[in-house]
Ligand binder design. Structure first.
Ligand code: GLY
Length: 376
């Protein structure tokens, strides 16, 4: 299978920040041709999920990739970190910063993030502040990070209040999404990634949603061509949105469909694995559609269709599907920390129909309260 290259074309104040996303099979074990141009003669810091190691019996994609970098770069140092959301915090960031500096990096050093969304976000953030900004490459190893967090340059860590409250916009110089990494991904993680893929259809592209409805069985059976199609399609939709609105002053907020509810739900799970990001967003998307329907923006038929696809994928679709204690007042309190809010007014992403999301500012709290009382 030939890799597909999607170009994220982007400029910031006349600076060209464009970069390629490589999507394909066995890209890491045969990475020489792709990676050479980026690492040649540079000092590389590889920040990876502790799940991967250099031992021969570890994931062969990782082992092969490290060998390739060793051959092509000036030097390589590895920093293993925990990939859980619980440790996406300032202590782990500090550890990465101090360790990276101990390797005597300079401005032409390169960071490579190898892992899921947490590794990519925290390594990307470290890259943006080390020596006031280093180049970095994203090697996303989960479905969710391949279609969402590795693309678009949002980097950061969680605060004690909420998710991703401390961070920066720092674009990678390349993204390498190897579909082969998904063959060993736990089923739960795979399904969580599917939620973000469905989200793209819901926001922008009804025919993509229909494709997912029609092909979900083959996708769940890891049909390589279909997987490549949906990863490429997701990255294309995201890159077009990011090109128009890199720093989320408008349209990029649509990518947050289901995330206002989702981030709140996730935080009640205390990031201990009771509920993972994609599952919380799955419920969040259903709530966003139900709310859209309640407010007269979206039909019941479309709302049911969305919920049905998520149900077929065995994802939670209602607050009643999870055993986490949530109250309306606690939920409303969490919404205060949403980065989309303006002038203390809540902003939600709602839908007119499948394929057409919109930004709803000044959400009426009493309507929201009544809605949540019925849902909880
Ligand atoms: N994950 C949402 C965004 O990148 O804007």
């Amino acid at each position: 299978m030939k890799p597909e290259i999607i170009n994220v074309s982007l400029t910031r104040k006349l600076n060209d920040l464009s970069y390629p996303i490589f999507v394909g099979n066995n890209l890491l074990s045969q990475s020489k041709n792709i990676i050479k141009q980026f690492v040649y003669d540079r000092k590389v810091i590889l920040i990876h999920d502790n799940f991967f190691s250099e031992k021969e019996n570890s994931n062969h994609n990782f082992v092969d990739f490290v060998k390739t970098i060793k051959n092509l770069s000036k030097s390589i140092n590895l920093i293993g970190i925990s990939g859980g959301d619980k440790t996406k915090n300032i202590s782990q960031l500090n550890l990465i910063l101090e360790k990276s500096l101990s390797f005597e990096i300079s401005r032409d050093s390169l960071i490579i993030a190898f892992g899921g969304g947490v590794v990519g976000d925290i390594a990307g953030f470290a890259s943006s502040i080390l020596l006031r900004g280093l180049d970095y490459i994203q090697i996303p190893t989960t479905l969710l990070s391949q279609v969402d967090s590795s693309v678009g340059g949002k980097t950061g860590i969680n605060s004690s209040q909420s998710k991703n409250m401390i961070g920066s916009f720092h674009q990678p110089i390349a993204v390498i999404a190897d579909i082969n990494m998904l063959t060993t991904l736990p089923r739960r993680e795979f399904l969580a990634g599917m939620v973000e893929i469905i989200k793209y259809g819901l926001i922008k592209d009804v025919s993509f949603f229909e494709y997912l409805e029609k092909n979900h069985e083959e996708i769940l059976n890891l049909d390589q061509l279909k997987l490549k199609n949906i990863i490429c399609m997701s990255c294309k939709i995201k890159s077009l949105i990011v090109k128009k609105d890199e720093k989320e002053n408008g349209e990029r907020a649509l990518l947050n469909l289901g995330h206002t509810f989702g981030h709140a739900i996730e935080s009640f799970g205390k990031y201990d694995g009771t509920i993972i990001h994609g599952e919380a967003v799955s419920i969040g998307i259903c709530l966003a559609f139900k709310l859209s329907n309640k407010l007269g923006f979206c039909s019941q038929i479309e709302t049911t269709r969305v919920i049905n696809l998520l149900k077929i994928l065995k994802l939670p679709t209602s607050l009643k599907d999870i055993s986490i204690s949530i109250t309306t007042s606690k939920m409303l309190d969490k919404f205060k920390y949403d980065k989309k809010n303006k002038n203390n007014q809540l902003t939600f992403i709602l839908n007119e129909r499948i394929g057409k999301s919109f930004i709803k500012n000044n959400m009426d709290i009493s309507v929201l309260k009544k809605f949540l009382d019925e849902e909880i």
